[in-house]
Design a protein. Structure first.
Length: 158
């Protein structure tokens, strides 16, 4: 196999991966936007970490359809059409134009998923450090505890 064919196969594989990721990001973002518009990213992570138990299977199936089945099916159809029109010809202008379109679609779908998942505030909160411990921490070795003579109700919050 010649050097030129290997380059062509690498470009085809990169195209396929970028198309799959673009469609996966787009459909996942749409699914999140339409079903969890008022939910923060922290809540989504919490819910994903919990066992399903008696959860409604409709929402799970809807998620599988929107985030797995539709991106894969769309990728196969779109890539097949792209392969037939672009990669069977030797027209470098078509390949360059298609490359720009695929990279642009990948960038836009990445941005759409970023906005739809509301991950920006979550990442900002993870980067910052609060001053709650510096402001309110008291070393127990330096504090004298005294208990009242008459007992009071004890509230224990766990």
């Amino acid at each position: 196999m010649g050097q030129n064919k290997w380059k062509r196969y690498v470009v085809i594989i990169i195209f396929a991966i970028l198309i799959l990721l673009s469609l996966l990001f787009f459909f996942s973002g749409y699914y999140l936007q339409s079903n969890f518009a008022n939910v923060s990213f922290e809540q989504i992570l919490f819910n994903l970490a919990q066992p399903l138990g008696n959860a409604d299977q409709k929402i799970v199936m809807k998620g599988v359809i929107w985030c797995v089945v539709l991106p894969i099916t769309s990728t196969v159809l779109l890539f097949w059409g792209l392969y037939k029109t672009v990669f069977t010809t030797q027209n470098n202008k078509k390949i360059l134009t298609s490359s720009i379109v695929v990279v642009l679609c990948f960038s836009l779908s990445s941005f759409y998923l970023f906005e739809a998942s509301k991950i920006g505030p979550y990442l900002t909160a993870q980067q910052g450090s609060g001053t709650i411990y510096q402001d309110y921490y008291v070393d127990p070795k330096t504090v004298h505890f005294s208990f009242p003579e008459q007992k009071r109700n004890l509230i224990y919050i766990y």
